[in-house]
Design a binder for this molecule. Structure first.
Ligand SMILES: [Zn+2]
Ligand SMILES: [Zn+2]
Length: 316
């Protein structure tokens, strides 16, 4: 009897170990940096980093005409990105759209450009990449040709691919001065680049021509372009819907007005930061844009009169 019980316990333990082992391995893997892809429509996929920072959200349009990629993460994730892309398609990438100049969206331009992928961007982005150059051990070198867009536009352009139109539309002075969104009309999918950060505070790159008011204005246009079914791919954060855009607009407008009131009261930057006016938005706080950094961005916007803010859409 005792022997049988022991055997049974042993058998149960073995099963328990067998059942829990794969689960343990899975959770160990989850902790590692990796991409996860999600099919959002018949031909559009989103590749999102998990377990760490891979850069901005990447999207792919895959179909009978070829492959268009939107953004391409930080340079260190290249092989990971290629591997995840191969799970979806064996075809080469025909077009690579850069939503804006930041390295977490253009980090692999050189690799894809060297493969023969045609890079597309707003003309300000190409100018910024040329100006930026490349830091090497022997000093600053000119940006290699392979990293640069070969097709640029000033206002908008359209790629007719895979039975849909990928409309690339410029927004001036939002996150930077060279932002573009990509609107797949038929698929009802919009990649917003970093004009939209979902569920985290946005980054406004004023040194590259960005403006908080401009970003709010751009989000309102994107909101207008959307309907309840639209899949919104934000620059950072999880997939979003039209309601998430409205929530983001509300948070940004309220943040600006809370800080504006203190600025109008004659408070100094230090006094405003000490008052922590955005504490109610603590859930939006993240490593890159803390509540304090967001407050500073709002102070900067509040100290720039609205009529002087660079929100004009054709000022280049
Ligand atoms: Zn980004
Ligand atoms: Zn960015």
């Amino acid at each position: 009897m005792q022997g049988t019980t022991l055997l049974r316990i042993a058998a149960v333990s073995a099963i328990t170990i067998l059942l829990t082992l794969p689960l343990r391995q899975a959770s160990a893997e989850e902790a590692k940096l990796h991409f996860v892809n999600t099919k959002v429509s018949d031909r559009i996929y989103v590749l999102r980093g998990e377990g760490g920072f891979t850069g901005g959200n990447v999207a792919l349009s895959v179909g009978e005409d070829g492959v268009a990629m939107i953004d391409n993460g930080i340079s260190s994730v290249l092989e990971m990105l290629r591997a995840e892309t191969r799970k979806i398609t064996d075809q080469p990438i025909d077009y690579l759209i850069n939503t804006h100049v930041h390295g977490d969206h253009t980090g692999n331009n050189f690799a894809y450009g060297s493969d023969g992928t045609r890079i597309i961007s707003h003309e300000n982005l190409r100018t910024a990449l040329v100006k930026q150059g490349v830091e090497t051990e022997s000093g600053k070198q000119p940006t290699p040709k392979a990293s640069l867009p070969v097709l640029t536009f000033s206002d908008r352009m359209t790629i007719h691919i895979n039975g849909d139109q990928a409309k690339i539309i410029h927004f001036a002075h939002a996150h930077t001065d060279g932002d573009a969104i990509v609107h797949f009309a038929e698929d009802n999918v919009i990649h917003t680049g970093d004009i939209m950060f979902n569920k985290v505070f946005p980054y406004i790159d004023e040194s590259n021509g960005g403006s908080l008011r401009g970003a709010i204005k751009a989000l309102k246009v994107i909101h207008e372009m959307s309907n309840e079914e639209t899949k919104i791919i934000p620059g950072h954060g999880p997939l979003a819907a039209k309601a998430d855009i409205q929530r983001t607009i509300d948070m940004m407008e309220d943040s600006l007005s809370l800080v504006q009131a203190l600025v109008d009261d004659g408070k100094s930057d230090e006094e405003i930061l000490a008052a922590n006016p955005l504490s109610k938005y603590q859930e939006y706080h993240w490593g890159f844009i803390t509540t304090e950094k967001m407050t500073k961005q709002a102070i900067s916007a509040a100290r720039t009169p609205a009529d002087k803010a660079k929100t004009h859409s054709h000022s280049h």
